[in-house]
Design a protein around this ligand. Structure first.
Ligand code: 7TS
Length: 416
């Protein structure tokens, strides 16, 4: 089982690659769709849709159990997808790749399992940051509630950057885990995660990175980062919903007890006692999202056709162009002005609620997200109920940003 990463890369041409994404041709309210909500979920290339259709049409069977052709075929495809994920993030071994439902489930798994491994005792601390998605806050609170472990929050400055001095002072002998977002979904800040890991490791503290927003934009190398855990969702990286990844270093996954019990994660079961399978299987109870895993593998193959640097360059252009154009609109304020930013522009307009912005531009087929983006603490930090957020993928264009700007002018006229 080896994957083939093509030697000769396909040249990046935004107009040409848009043809790979059938949804980008549809109309919304009679206008061509302008999809600028990629931080919520990305669109799927035909290759991913075809992989799902192929599996359900011709290859469907349960995995890891049947000694017949289709079951072996499905198993091989699912396990090949795991290998593709391993290569995508440069994990040391496929056994470090646990398939889960998404970033949310991955963090819940780590919280629940570390808790049961007695990794935390009363009075211990977990460091998170002000800009975490709720999925990197609530699982720790659920766990902390049981263990009286304290959640400590690394502050940020007004630009939306982590206060690294504060972080250095907050980490101490009580700290048992640092769990931070790689790229913020509401501010676009790219956090200095390598530095965070270095500091944490110098105190002997493991680090979990929430890579939900980073994985679609950057090349991730978990060994180079020396991350202990890295989590992400398939649907944000052009794959299907309901599949995601927990990467964990072998030493942690070996030490952690199972998260859920059931079929496919055991070695032997009696009424008295159960022994568990090796990693990653001991974390994968029950029939998994087989099609989802295969679809994620197809999404990785799709990405592997390109030189990722060309995609990053185009997204950086969109971010820069969008920031320039939106900044020129009177009364519009961008929230999140970190020096290191990726593909997200959150903004507010004086006197107009973000919901009104979103609803009005939707009539022109423009999709952005409005709300708190599942980051209520960050909204409170900026004293805002909500923001409007445009988030880009490599298939977005300069013309789409122009349409967003025109749409916002239209909104402003309506409220003038
Ligand atoms: N972490 C971050 C940084 C996220 O942006 C999200 C989803 C999650 C975790 C959770 O991912 P899930 O796939 O498990 O739900 N973020 C968003 C968003 O910005 N708009 O909708 C979902």
């Amino acid at each position: 089982m080896i994957t083939t990463i093509p030697e000769v890369k396909r040249k990046f041409d935004v107009e040409e690659i848009r043809n790979d994404f059938p949804i980008l041709k549809r109309l919304v309210n009679g206008k061509p769709l302008v999809y600028l909500d990629n931080a919520a979920t990305s669109q799927k290339p035909q290759a991913v849709i075809d992989a799902l259709t192929q599996y359900y049409t011709f290859d469907n069977a349960n995995i890891h159990r049947g000694l017949y052709f289709l079951s072996e075929l499905a198993t091989e495809q699912y396990e090949t997808a795991r290998l593709k994920v391993k290569e995508l993030i440069n994990a040391m071994s496929v056994s470090e790749i646990v398939f889960v439902r998404g970033a949310t489930e991955a963090i819940n798994l780590v919280a629940s399992s570390l808790c049961r491994a007695k990794h935390f005792k009363d009075g211990d601390e977990i460091l998170i940051s002000y800009m975490e998605h709720h999925s990197n806050i609530v699982p720790w609170q659920l766990m902390c509630g049981r263990k009286k472990t304290n959640l400590k929050v690394i502050p940020i400055n007004d630009a939306g950057e982590l206060d690294m001095d504060a972080f250095g002072k907050m980490i101490n002998e009580k700290t048992k885990l640092v769990s931070v977002v790689h790229i913020s979904n509401s501010l676009g800040t790219v956090n200095p995660v390598k530095k965070i890991i270095e500091i944490a490791h110098s105190h002997g503290v493991p680090v979990l990175l929430d890579g939900a927003q980073a994985i679609p934009h950057y090349k991730i190398d978990v060994q180079e980062l020396d991350a202990d855990f890295y989590v992400f969702s398939g649907h944000k990286v052009f794959g299907p919903t309901g599949i995601g990844v927990l990467y964990g270093k072998t030493e942690f996954l070996e030490m952690m007890p199972p998260y859920q019990g059931g079929g496919d994660m055991i070695r032997t079961v009696t009424f008295e006692e159960t022994t568990f399978d090796d990693i990653p299987r001991k974390f994968e109870a029950g029939t998994p999202n087989i099609a989802g895993g295969i679809g994620l593998g197809a999404a990785i193959d799709y990405l592997n056709q390109f030189d990722r640097n060309e995609l990053i360059e185009h997204e950086n252009f969109l971010l820069q162009y969008g920031t320039e154009q939106l900044s020129q609109i009177p009364g519009l304020r961008i929230i999140g002005n970190a020096k290191e930013k990726a593909s997200v522009i959150s903004f507010v307009i004086e006197g107009i609620h973000p919901y009104d912005i979103g609803t009005i531009i939707d009539t022109d087929g423009i999709a952005i997200r409005t709300g708190h983006h599942c980051t209520q603490p960050i909204m409170k930090r900026y004293n805002l109920p909500a923001t409007a957020r445009a988030s880009f993928a490599f298939y977005n264009t300069r013309e789409e940003i122009d349409k967003l700007v025109l749409g916002i002018h239209k909104v402003k006229k309506m409220f003038a």
